[in-house]
Design a protein around this ligand. Structure first.
Ligand SMILES: Cc1ncc(COP(=O)(O)O)c(C=O)c1O
Length: 394
């Protein structure tokens, strides 16, 4: 049972205590099931955002809750100075399922990218010595909010207020092979990119470009780092989105859906980087927490080939339905990572109206954005799309 409470009371309390870093929607999520939750006033709401691509198995997933609570009853934290069987089993399962050799477990996407950045710099330092530290990143990318990852983020407005920024990042336009070739000189140790730029407006990276980047990286021993924080763990209908492009990175970062809401990030690497970050060169207190690992192991087992096919099919179904709406100009993304460009209406205003009328939908730049729980049902999709349609055809 949800205890009803006025949103204004919650809003006042939160706004008086929390730093004003977020433009909150006036919705309080109190109790959920699948892709549907009950808000503080007892109203049912369809969730097309899943906490920005995090709650991949939706709310109240029985198997995941059992895995997490069973672990909670055993041990909640060990410190990374000691072993734990759940952590060991999860790390082993993750490496085997993804085909990578080693993983560093942390707590967020930014931390996973920090790890990848440090790994790339040290890989190069160990092998080539000083001054080969530059990292190429793409214009319009998003890699996190820490000092290094906002610097890696290729969007000007993140590069304000916090000077001095971290040195050694160079920006190239996505899809511009010539620019990349010019930039990829002997001062460069890595390139980091997203397969679909999520925060940048659900913009896919050209597959031919990715293949060229991969080839050049191999030739020059530049590490190819793919940021799969938003695109990974089944979101696009593949375990990782780079599989769509037929490439294989040296390093891949993951977060969001890997934990289904418990904080988790992962930086995975191939054999050649496996022993770069040694004892004392990197670490975290909470990373690889046994409770998060128990849940993540359950999620990993859920992401079968069959499940991923269903994700792709649901994505296709949503796209088809969206394309029937007159106001929709184009639909971008892969699988259940969907950007919706409108013809005349303002995406933020539509998202606000939806949030007041039983549907949460995200925005990215000038688009509406959908990142529904991967387990969303057809009924929930139809119900949510009806609400969206009512405002798009208004
Ligand atoms: C592609 C990408 N990388 C990194 C991040 C940062 O992840 P976190 O907010 O967990 O630090 C995000 C978050 O939206 C992301 O979309």
């Amino acid at each position: 049972m949800v205890i009803k409470m006025k949103i204004d009371t919650i809003k006042t309390q939160a706004d008086n205590a929390l730093m004003p870093t977020y433009a909150h929607f006036p919705v309080s999520i109190e109790k959920g099931n699948g892709a549907t939750f009950i808000d503080s006033e007892g109203k049912e709401v369809i969730d097309f955002g899943s906490g920005i691509g995090v709650n991949s198995l939706g709310y109240n997933n029985e198997g995941w809750i059992t895995a997490v609570t069973e672990q909670l009853k055993k041990v909640q934290h060990t410190s990374n100075l000691y072993y734990n069987s759940t952590v060991a089993e999860f790390a082993d399962a993750l490496c085997k399922k993804t085909g990578f050799d080693r993983v560093f477990l942390c707590n967020s996407g930014a931390e996973a990218n920090e790890c990848a950045i440090k790994l790339a710099r040290k890989y190069s330092f160990d092998k080539y010595g000083e001054n080969r530290y530059n990292i190429i990143t793409l214009v319009n990318s998003f890699h996190g909010r820490t000092m290094a990852t906002i610097t890696a983020t290729g969007q000007e407005h993140y590069h304000k207020f916090f000077d001095p920024f971290v040195q050694g990042f160079k920006y190239v336009e996505s899809g511009n092979t010539e620019q990349f070739l010019k930039m990829a000189d002997d001062t460069v140790c890595a390139i980091i990119l997203e397969i679909v730029q999520g925060e940048g407006g659900v913009v896919p990276t050209d597959f031919e470009y990715l293949k060229t980047v991969e080839k050049v990286c191999r030739e020059k021993d530049i590490l190819l780092i793919i940021d799969e924080v938003q695109t990974g763990m089944g979101r696009t209908g593949k375990l990782f989105a780079y599989e769509h492009a037929g490439i294989k990175p040296d390093v891949v970062t993951s977060a969001k859906g890997i934990g289904n809401g418990l904080p988790m990030g992962a930086c995975l690497c191939t054999e050649k980087c496996a022993n770069v970050l040694t004892a004392g060169t990197h670490g975290t207190t909470f990373g690889g927490n046994p409770v998060a690992c128990a849940g993540a192991k359950y999620i990993l087992n859920t992401l079968t080939d069959e499940f991923l096919v269903e994700v792709a099919e649901k994505g296709d179904y949503i796209r088809e339905k969206l394309c029937e709406i007159e106001e929709v100009n184009s639909v971008s993304g892969l699988g259940m990572m969907i950007g919706i460009e409108l013809k005349t209406k303002n995406a933020s205003e539509i998202a606000k109206k939806c949030s007041e009328n039983g549907l949460l939908i995200l925005t990215a730049k000038n688009k509406l954005r959908m990142l529904p729980p991967l387990v969303i049902t057809k009924e929930e999709i139809d119900k949510g799309l009806e609400i969206l349609k009512s405002f798009l055809e208004d």
